[in-house]
Design a protein around this ligand. Structure first.
Ligand SMILES: Nc1ncnc2c1ncn2[C@@H]1O[C@H](COP(=O)(O)OP(=O)(O)OP(=O)(O)O)[C@@H](O)[C@H]1O
Ligand SMILES: [Mg+2]
Length: 346
């Protein structure tokens, strides 16, 4: 059974976590110190590190099952978790703290004012935004456009940052970036230098890249992570109903990690997602985003894309946001990228 632990804790305290509390164990300086204090085999520290628990604070978020995975019995696992959790202070943030935190969010333009408006001013940092829809609805086009726009100065709608493009569908096209850069009269080669692409071959590879990308984020001043698409490999690697719980668990952890990175590095995470048919809702949407609750709980803002009747026009519907009402807007995919439609065009 999963144990509940309410405090936000992190693997590393080196980074700027904004106003989010940095919580440091009052008793254990390291995992080794914890093992010594609890008379545990010192080799346990290395095993836990391999699982991604690098500090006592990170270990506090583990579950009993995860600790049993490294060979511990249930009682020892429970004892470790109890000791580490007791050693952490319980901190809360006031509503005012959270409001100030929200003011630090920056936004990246999508290239279309209408689409930006639907998003409350553009794609926001410190969170995950999801674009889902059928094939050809413009998900990857928006991702390419955001990679160009993130490097723009603030007055042009950017935040002067680099981009990390995690390409699961093999759709990243540098040529398309060049076309989009020209629209802003930017040197395409300079724009391409700011975009760092990793083609991932399966879900384990995708998880590995996200778990280990901190160095890349720092080195290249990355302010935007794209995962295009988030679910392709997970759906392929865990087929059928039997593997569904495993897939969802893996996906949930992967998204949590992306969310952590968005806050730790003050960057925007944009994920794309495919749709699946939803026959159980005969009077609702015929299509819904893949990935189920694992994604819908973690993603803050979700947009559903579909084709309009006119070619190159697309409709985006904001279907989920914690503070914006549902709305629908139209935009165009043109040679220069994502843009607004002309007045009276539709
Ligand atoms: N240079 C261009 N000029 C105008 N429109 C373009 C250009 N390049 C691509 N498009 C449009 O973008 C569409 C493809 O969009 P995109 O690749 O973003 O789809 P997607 O939603 O990511 O699909 P999938 O689910 O298959 O990955 C094409 O069908 C075309 O209409
Ligand atoms: Mg695509």
């Amino acid at each position: 059974m999963q144990e509940y632990f309410p405090i936000h804790v992190r693997n590393s305290v080196e980074r700027d976590w904004g106003s989010e509390a940095i919580i440091i164990s009052l008793r254990f300086a390291s995992i080794e110190a914890l093992c010594t204090a609890l008379n545990l085999d010192p080799s346990l520290a290395e095993k836990l590190r391999k699982m991604g628990f690098e500090t006592p604070e990170a270990l506090a978020t583990a579950t009993v099952e995860e600790l049993m995975y490294v060979g511990l019995d249930v009682d020892t696992s429970r004892r470790i978790l109890r000791e580490i959790r007791d050693s952490l202070p319980f901190l809360t943030l006031s509503g005012e703290d959270l409001l100030m935190e929200g003011l630090k969010v920056q936004r990246i333009t999508t290239g279309s004012k209408a689409l930006d408006d639907a998003l409350g001013g553009g794609v926001e940092t410190r969170n995950i935004t999801e674009f889902f829809g059928e094939s050809g609805t413009g998900k990857s086009q928006i991702c390419h456009q955001l990679c160009v726009n993130v490097g723009l100065p603030e007055e042009m709608g950017g935040i002067l940052g680099g981009a990390l493009y995690i390409d699961a569908d093999n759709t990243f096209r540098p040529e398309r970036i060049c076309q989009m850069a020209k629209r802003f009269k930017l040197d395409p080669m300079e724009v391409l230098k700011g975009i760092h692409c990793v083609k991932v071959v399966n879900s384990d590879h995708q998880i590995f890249v996200v778990d280990k990308c901190e160095e890349i984020l720092k080195r290249h001043k990355v302010r935007l992570i794209i995962v295009d698409s988030l679910t392709t490999h997970f759906r392929g690697d865990y087929p059928g109903k039997e593997l569904l719980p495993k897939r969802q668990l893996s996906l949930t952890k992967h998204i949590s990690r992306l969310k952590e990175l968005s806050k730790a590095f003050d960057l925007a995470v944009v994920v794309t997602n495919h749709v699946i048919s939803s026959p159980e809702e005969p009077f609702g949407e015929a299509l819904k985003a893949a990935g189920g609750f694992a994604i819908s709980y973690a993603v803050r803002t979700r947009l559903y894309l579909r084709k309009a009747i006119s070619p190159n026009l697309r409709i985006a519907r904001l279907v989920s946001s914690p503070y914006l009402s549902e709305r629908e807007v139209i935009f165009r995919i043109a040679e220069g990228g994502i843009e607004d439609i002309r007045e009276g065009e539709v």
